[in-house]
Design a binder for this molecule. Sequence first.
Ligand code: FAD
Length: 499
Amino acid sequence: MAFLKRREIIAAALSAPFWHTGMSRADTSLAYDVIVIGGGTAGIPCALFAAIGGARVLLIEKSPALGGTLFWSTGQIAGAGTVFQQKLGIVDTPDQHFNDCMRINEHTADPALTRLTVENAGDTINWLAEHGFEIMQGHPVTGIGHDHFQTRRYQQGMHSGLSILNAFLPSLEAQISSGNITLLTGTAVEGLIQNTRGDVVGVTASNSGGIRDFRGRNTVLASGGCAANPRLFEELHGVPLYAQTAYPTSQGDGLLLGMSAGGAIVGGEKYASLPGLVPDAFKFPAQMHAWAPLNPAIRQPWEILVNSRGERFVREDHPSVHQIEKGIHEQPGHRHWAVFDSTMLEKSDPIIPDWTRDRLSNEHHQHPMFFSASSLTELAFRAGLNASGLTRSVADYNQRLHGGDEDSLGRIHRPAPLSTPPFYAIAMQGWTLVSFAGLKVNAELKVIDVEHRAVPNLYAIGEVIGAGATSGAAYTNGMLVTPAITFGRLLGSKLATQG
Ligand SMILES: Cc1cc2nc3c(=O)[nH]c(=O)nc-3n(C[C@H](O)[C@H](O)[C@H](O)COP(=O)(O)OP(=O)(O)OC[C@H]3O[C@@H](n4cnc5c(N)ncnc54)[C@H](O)[C@@H]3O)c2cc1C
């Protein structure tokens, strides 16, 4: 709880309107060496390492408190050559990490940014460890919810993302106290200031007291993604924001700011679906009612998965959950239904982790996404599925199982036929926690414009560069938080030397 106290202190001390306090907390006449927009996963280490390197830093955070998505994120991170690996005698290299990442995302991530991440991720994790970051028992692991690495290099802090924030805050406080970082919370950057040549020379920020300009030699966009902004998300990805699961401050401000200075947006086409969200209703964006991971590494499937035509579309026990996710991505509206019978309900672990069998059974009487019926035809009608498609799919599944024939999709885990009424269906939706589209940056993290030139003095780190940049068209273990912190650290140190 010491952590919460510290966070509250920083927020309370600095959230008063800076021009109503009688003393200017951020000097508008000063040209800061570095202005960091957003005090979250990427922005905090950037401000911190710039200040440690001797730069005069202005850190501007829209919320009353620092932390951003770290308040919600599981904060799973990966790196090679960490103290946690060394303790267990695990031998690992950045090359192996690179190859594992690119294998998992099928070479869809930016190779230069992936390389920059893996070469420095070990040092990032070791820095966190030196500052009190402790990991869960049994970690590092090869994987958790996504396709696994071949080496144990993936870990989660004891308190998820908060463990990372907690490791940052004492050093940040020290830099604020010594005057190297000026922190403005409750203050939103609303514009970039450019000179006649187009160089970014500062920002315009506002809070409840009004609007002020601040000058800076370098400006870093670290304001997060846009997966909490349905309109912008859909515009940049061509896919609706199916569920509201991102941290609420992920409104895409940095993407808009970057675009205003000519920055190019890339990566929307890399949008990847996570499986198994049970929405509260078929509306966009929906709230998550429940979640079935549909990951054979977590639970081998008993059910079949069908689309609205009642057809199976993916091998439900595929060893790669990424391939299951891709199968879902190809279905209309990314919707899918898990269909099962009473034997499966009775004998299998519930498809929704942490739910009891009774809860699962009762839900079919009370929630609009859960259906039951005494026949498959009736079930299809209730669930809004094509009845002849569903009966054909189930008949084919059962016949091949009885006959000892290979499954039509190559499924191996077939513990029981789907034949004993009542029958059940759960409606599910593909979804995402993050935005894949983002500002194009080069390997120096400079924002690149639509004519492939760097926008002078403007940098971007964190999810504002899009999940597609480092995670690719997939959910690659830790390839959002790890690069966010690592790029923050590297860029902060580099900009300090340019002061
Ligand atoms: C539930 C959940 C679990 C996740 N788990 C993982 C995981 O285990 N591993 C992984 O790699 N990734 C994970 N992710 C993704 C990852 O956490 C995020 O991509 C990452 O934390 C984003 O960091 P960021 O610095 O870009 O944004 P944030 O940490 O959100 O920080 C951005 C900050 O900018 C501020 N801001 C926004 N606009 C402005 C403005 N105009 N002016 C000033 N400030 C502004 C915001 O208030 C916020 O504090 C998860 C995401 C979620 C939602």
